[in-house]
Design a protein around this ligand. Structure first.
Ligand SMILES: [Zn+2]
Length: 337
């Protein structure tokens, strides 16, 4: 007899059970694996990534779970730009919810950030810098390079080991964080360049990002404020994309983020993510939930369009929950044989 567990996998039970794995009805006959001798091989095969399974080139999901067709077209023209600062491990995660934002919003940028290996160096160029305050210019490959207004080097965990400040001469990073001229300078916009020091001790550029005036970082901290206390026109929302521990690490290892105004959301809703991805706190939201709730709180966006993004996220969670249930049922049947 056959018991159907979906996803093209059927389990034949009986006195001499074995697996049949079908790709599709059109594919060649199923591979038959003797269960008693090859259980380990069979389980490895079933849990390994199936590279032959067709995936959507746009959303990277299996075509049967494609998110693109669930999104509204044309995409939502958000007036507040969104910058996703994405942990490098999050980029390829099959349940990465920021993907819904990149597919469903028009004004969204993603920068990929890695953990600090040994050291990282940051150059901050303020949009409204004062050249007279700079101590020197440098020359690189025959071209005059404007020195950064603020440069600093960090170790792992974001400890600042050196600071060169051509902006207002403050030489202590913690002091810089509370200096009004630095805060004002950063809030008028800046360019941030990160150089990562590799195992060969050479520095390699990891990212360059423009942080426009009116940027607001969504992150809970001691200095975070509620939306009612934001006293400027928000033009750009910055969101950290990763598990809570990765987001916290990115925040520590990108100290320039601390110079930006921080927003915390006061939301009673629990994330749907808890059903399929482990989060340390019940109130941790997925990236797409954070983006949608923050844009709603700031106001001025198409609420129906934002709700559609949440609907797509919910459908992704439902898909994953169904797959998880089927897998657990499948495993429990194997154990009971
Ligand atoms: Zn797709």
């Amino acid at each position: 007899m056959f018991a159907n567990f979906g996803s093209g996998i059927r389990l034949r039970t009986g006195s001499n059970p074995f697996f049949s794995i079908f790709k599709s009805p059109q594919n060649p006959p199923p591979v038959i694996i003797n269960l008693s001798q090859n259980l380990t091989l069979a389980m490895a095969t079933l849990s390994a990534p199936d590279n032959r399974r067709p995936t959507c080139p746009s959303c990277s999901r299996p075509t049967s779970f494609c998110l693109c067709t669930r999104l509204k077209t044309p995409v939502l023209e958000n007036s507040i730009a969104v910058t996703v600062v994405q942990h490098s491990l999050e980029k390829k995660h099959p349940l990465n919810s920021a993907k819904i934002a990149t597919l469903g919003l028009k004004n969204v940028d993603v920068i990929c950030v890695s953990d600090v290996l040994s050291e990282a160096h940051f150059d901050l160029h303020l949009f409204e810098s004062n050249p007279e305050m700079r101590s020197h210019d440098s020359v690189e490959n025959g071209k005059k390079i404007e020195p950064a207004d603020i440069s600093f080097t960090i170790e792992k965990k974001g400890v600042v080991t050196s600071l060169v400040n051509n902006w207002n001469q403050i030489q202590d990073f913690d002091q810089l964080l509370v200096d009004q001229s630095a805060i004002d300078g950063v809030r008028n916009g800046l360019t941030v360049k990160k150089m990562q020091r590799g195992s060969d001790h050479k520095y390699v550029e990891e990212f360059v990002i423009d942080v426009p005036p009116g940027s607001l970082l969504l992150f809970p901290s001691e200095s975070s404020i509620g939306i009612e206390d934001v006293n400027f026109k928000v033009k750009n929302l910055i969101v950290l994309d990763g598990t809570w521990s990765k987001a916290t690490k990115m925040y520590k290892e990108n100290p320039w983020l601390k110079l930006l105004p921080h927003l915390k959301l006061d939301i009673d809703k629990l994330s749907l993510y808890g059903e399929v991805r482990r989060q340390p706190k019940a109130e941790c939201l997925s990236s797409i939930e954070s983006i949608v709730y923050a844009l709603k709180a700031i106001g001025g966006e198409d609420l129906e369009g934002l709700d559609c993004l949440l609907d797509v996220f919910e459908s992704m969670v439902v898909d994953q929950r169904r797959c998880k249930d089927e897998r657990l049922k499948f495993e429990s049947n194997i154990k009971s044989m």
